[in-house]
Design a protein around this ligand. Structure first.
Ligand code: SF4
Ligand code: SF4
Ligand code: FES
Length: 475
């Protein structure tokens, strides 16, 4: 094991590591634009310079460690070099932070204040480039802000494999561009380049000029879009910055979704479907409990459902593969003894939607099939002959397969015609309104927390199930 000294500290390191990796593992900050822990080393931005005893300045990101290596990260020579590098990078940069979505989380801003702090030294007009270059339906590129670190290019080559992006021309006319007529729309992981771009050059169309990031906060969650169960951060408005008059729906809707790094599940990435969580969960809601299509109070609906369950001879329950571990456990404990149970696919792979792939995506478009099947088996979600009551929890079931005259109890979160046709309908909270855990296809359990309070007229499935048990009491 090589012995290495950084800033006077003797550090443990492994052969093959770089100075950057050892420093970061020991919480010694070294600035980096082009280096990213999940990408190959490009060594092009020069901001990571450190001073090596007996050798002078060197790039921390591509300097392999060796026995006896002594490094300093904060000498006068290092500070001068960082300042020069930042001055060079801002020579043609527009410094339009006032209208840039990256402001507040931009490495160029952060490093400028930490290591430069001086206005542009250029006496020549800045070189202009495309301010708004379309990279497809999801991303726009501001070439003036691009510092040509090549992170985005390497992502499409090394991680997503789409090979969509390249850099054309040379010097101060270099431009990131789609390669050979390809489109970022063909890359289901394209939006990761927005996160890893160290500046505000790659911008999400969905988030463009929607909010300053310092008005937002994050809640840790799990993407329900497929059986991978990627851990995510859901961004939403901070309570102290709630909007009072204009666009108040933004106080309780998702502003954006980013990966929550998790080596056990998704590493630092998610797919675009995970970014579009709002499209999955912010659909027209079913907010009123109903008995035979008539709106009633929740306790009346639960009592009617409880009586129907108690009186049924051969009841069938179709269990949701979107239920949390806690909800599935509650169903198993309180209702499974009364029912024949089968696990239902709430969502199915759509035409043109990727199935299993080399990176994250899974063909099973439900987050908790693993736990649901562990509890309720592999029985197909079909209605056996003689069934006299069907309880449908969640979405995705074809109600036309239920024989005429068989009563239904529907528990769901979204507006659907079958809600009003059911003997009883119970409105449930959605993913961003409740806490719980999902078990992904590899058995990894991840937690999600509520981002918003649920509407007063809906209930959490976990609290509903005990009240539906024949011996349970409504409240
Ligand atoms: S667009 Fe961003 S990630 Fe891509 S090369 Fe430019 S600065 Fe780097
Ligand atoms: S791979 Fe699956 S779980 Fe991960 S972000 Fe995409 S849809 Fe969500
Ligand atoms: S981070 Fe080392 S050269 Fe860019």
């Amino acid at each position: 094991m090589p012995g290495i000294v950084i800033d006077g500290r003797e550090l443990e390191a492994e052969g093959g590591q770089t100075v950057m990796q050892v420093a970061l593992a020991h919480d010694i900050p070294i600035p980096a634009f082009c280096w990213h822990p999940a990408l190959s080393i490009a060594g092009n931005c020069r901001v990571c310079m450190v001073e090596v005893e007996g050798r002078g300045l060197a790039l921390a990101c591509n300097l392999p460690i060796y026995d006896g290596l002594k490094v300093h990260t904060d000498t006068e020579a290092v500070r001068n070099q960082r300042k020069l590098t930042l001055q060079f990078l801002t020579l043609n940069h527009p410094v339009d932070c006032g209208i840039c979505d990256k402001a507040g989380e931009c490495l160029l801003q952060d490093y400028h204040y930490a290591h430069n702090g001086s206005p542009s030294t250029s006496i020549d007009p800045k070189v202009h480039a495309t301010k708004h270059y379309s990279l497809g339906s999801r991303i726009v590129l501001d070439n003036e802000r691009c510092i040509l670190c090549s992170r985005c290019v390497r992502f499409t080559r090394e991680v997503s494999g789409s090979n969509v992006l390249g850099i054309k021309h040379r010097g101060d006319t270099s431009l990131v561009r789609p390669a050979e007529g390809r489109s970022l729309d063909d890359d289901p992981y394209s939006d990761n380049v927005i996160d890893i771009c160290p500046v505000g050059a790659l911008l999400s169309r969905a988030f463009l000029h929607q909010s300053r990031v310092w008005y937002l906060t994050t809640t840790p969650s799990v993407c329900p879009g497929c059986a991978r169960g990627c851990t995510i951060d859901v961004w939403h408005r901070k309570p102290e910055w709630r909007l009072q008059a204009v666009a108040t729906h933004r106080n309780h809707t998702i502003a954006r979704v980013t990966p929550h790094e998790n080596p056990a599940v998704n590493g630092p990435w998610i797919c675009n479907k995970g970014r579009d969580l709002a499209a999955l969960v912010e659909r027209p809601r079913a907010l009123e409990p109903m008995v035979k299509g008539e709106v009633v109070a929740m306790d009346q609906a639960l009592e009617a459902a409880r009586q129907a369950i108690a009186g049924a001879q051969r009841p069938l329950a179709l269990v949701s593969s979107w239920g949390s571990n806690e909800e599935l456990d509650a169903f198993k404990e309180h209702l499974a003894p009364r029912f024949s149970c089968a696990v239902k696919e709430d969502h199915r792979q759509q035409p043109n939607e990727p199935g299993d792939d080399h990176l994250l995506l899974r063909a099973d478009k439900n987050p908790n099939t693993t736990r649901a099947r562990a509890l309720f088996g592999e029985t197909p979600a079909a209605v056996p002959e003689g069934t006299d009551l069907v309880l449908v929890w969640g979405e995705g079931f074809d109600f036309d397969t239920i024989p005429d005259g068989v009563a239904t109890i529907v528990l769901g979160a979204f507006d659907a015609p079958e809600n009003g046709l059911a003997a009883v309908f119970v409105p449930l909270s959605i993913h961003t309104e409740r806490a719980g855990h999902f078990t992904n296809f590899e058995g990894v359990v991840s937690a999600f927390a509520p981002c918003f309070p649920p509407p007063a007229t809906v209930a959490d499935a976990e609290t509903v199930f005990p009240q539906l048990a024949p011996q349970g009491a409504t409240s």
